[in-house]
Design a protein around this ligand. Sequence first.
Ligand SMILES: [Zn+2]
Length: 296
Amino acid sequence: MMRKRLLISLPVFLACLSGWLLLSGKPSLWQDLTQKSEKERTGYNLVPILCFHDVNGAGPYSVSIQEFRTYLDILKKENIRVWPLKKIMEYHRQNRLMEQPTMAITIDDDFENIARVAAPILREYDYPATFFVYTRDINKHPRGGMAWEDLKRLLAEGFDVQNHSHTHTAFHEPRPFESKDQFAARVTQEVVTSREILEQNLPGNKIWAFAYPMGYYSPYLESRVREAGYDLILTVDANPVDLTSNFTGIMDRYTIQKEYVDDPMAMFYKQIAYARQKYSSAEVAQVEEGPDHGLK
Ligand SMILES: [Zn+2]
């Protein structure tokens, strides 16, 4: 009787075992397979956003026309793809990796030869760029600044024009003796009114990005720029965009400069090295799991 019961229960046990394997073993195998395709994601995750200024060779952030060409030549020679800033933002939002080493070019401020010298050179190389301009001095030509006609031409040529404030002063914190309301109104002028001026004078060009002048920011200013509804805030904190990180609405840029760094070209090649750094999620997963050192 006992033996018979055992004979019956053995197939039942085997059926249960295979059922258990199906339910617990196989799904984990599937999990493994699906994780593997995630693990095998490869591409280029670091995207430096370059920030140029004037190309008249004067001042610490300016490069000469020849130096400007040299930078663009290097990008070409090193097979760096230059993409519009907006496209990189879209990739970052989706955490998509780049298929090839990529950078973006931005040019700040309102110098006349940006529109009349730098832009034609960029067109020669077929490189897109975003120009960050501030609105107070447009048409006043205080430093040979750009006129609305120049900006319209840039847009017609396929370049992008975005906001770099109204006065290009520091407005990340209140001035001495400035009331809370006065400060708030000043920030509104820099962040909101400037956008209205740009959109009124450049119809059809939506302003979606804001670059902090001189890189000054504060939690208050950040919250005001976000509140104003910009898609993207640009700093000059020099980190390449990491497409594997969560998109926060902020991207850092690397400022091309010559006086505040020991070796500007070495710094530029460092950006190229970032862009070329291959990313493999399999390797990252391995590092995260870590080698077994027998330590607990
Ligand atoms: Zn600036």
